[in-house]
Design a protein around this ligand. Sequence first.
Ligand SMILES: O=P(O)(O)OC[C@H]1O[C@](O)(CO)[C@@H](O)[C@@H]1O
Length: 470
Amino acid sequence: MENQVRSGVGIDYTGMMNSPQNPSGLTKEELLSLQNALDQAQTSLEERREAGELDFSKLLDSMKAQVPGIIKYADTAAANFENLVVLGIGGSALGPLAVQQALNHYYYNELPPEKRGYRPRLYVVDNIDPVRFKELLEMLDLRKTLFNVISKSGNTSETMAQFLIVRDNLRRVCGDTYGEHIVVTTDKEKGNLLPIALKEGFQRFVIPGGIGGRFSELTPVGLLAAAICGIDIAQLLEGALSMDRRIRETQGVLLNPAQLRAALAHHLWQKGKTISVFMPYADSLKTMADWYAQLWAESLGKRYDRQGREVHAGQTPVKALGVTDQHSQVQLYVEGPDDKVITFVTIGNFKESQVIPLDPELPEDIHFLGGRTLEELLFAEQKATEYALTLAGRQHQKIILSKLDAYNLGQLLLLLEWETAYMGELLNINAYDQPGVEEGKNGTYALMGRKGYDVRKREIEEYGKIRYIL
Ligand SMILES: O=P(O)(O)OC[C@H]1O[C@](O)(CO)[C@@H](O)[C@@H]1O
């Protein structure tokens, strides 16, 4: 069955390969032509790993060793609180959100406590919209709420602002015990959050030094919230470790899944496919597309290559959802500019099945649905979209999860992280910094009056003098 792999995570890249139906697809020779570059990438990624740049892979074992401690804290937190609120942004929020949505009940927060295994509801607040924030605080009983403040740098304005508001509210409502409602996840040595946590005695978890936000889901950033909400984090890490080994120990583009995905992306990038669409066919993977978008965009969108030449590299990630977006974006994918490569993500076996009833009294035209299942309809629609794209000469591939569980999700996370690292090597850029984002952060500091940013403030004010406003 095409939407099936025996177990684990597989890649069906038929829709990218040359065939009578897809004459503009890649040939096997084209794929193999990148092998030397991929071998060099593999060597240099191992070196970077040793040097501490790829700690998302290197520290997986030590994360596994932390599991009992995390679970111990998580179980106590689950017994003491009805709500868990994650305060963070970017990599400090998207991973926890994606894993929760993928693995827990879709309506987890709405379930009665016994159906949640008496674990707290989870809210991930990844923005500073004042209306949403105020309404969240109004809705929660703060005496029954735990806040996990997550920031690798410990300096991010948005997260610090959220934290200050929450701390203030907690002090008013909970008095001297307010600190018991805050758990901080941040760097071991750096940032402003750390000294506050130490001074005020908040429970603390550490984000290891060599892991940037977008690569940090399998550290306490993601593991803590997942464990508090009853997700099997040991299995998540087991899956991650198995994919990590598979990628590190396998040679050859046709066998190594990260090399394959990066090679396909790189070939198509060179052929002008500047947009990478990530389209899961499962509502529970919708926020995984948000997580992937940050990973791909922030890692690969770079002005300079490693030699300082201006390259403006990077594919624009687009998030879509099957089948929903078949009725909106797919029109563009099939007939619009030929600048996209589409990755479907499918689940071989859904954990639930839903039969569509057959009613002979109803019009005959809808009888074909009766007796079939919703997942059959979903698979049929996904396959039909593949076919329509192929007929239109559009390139697509599919990541297949045999089923959606913690083990396979861990594998998927590592696959996407490693393929991003490989793509960084093929593009010859630094995939681990984000200088374009820093500029905006500094500008915000300046406009908000942070000490030491006066010159920048004057520059921005100067720039703002002439406006064209209708
Ligand atoms: O975890 P931090 O340091 O608060 O950063 C949050 C996010 O901000 C960025 O630094 C820039 O957008 C991301 O890379 C990161 O995930």
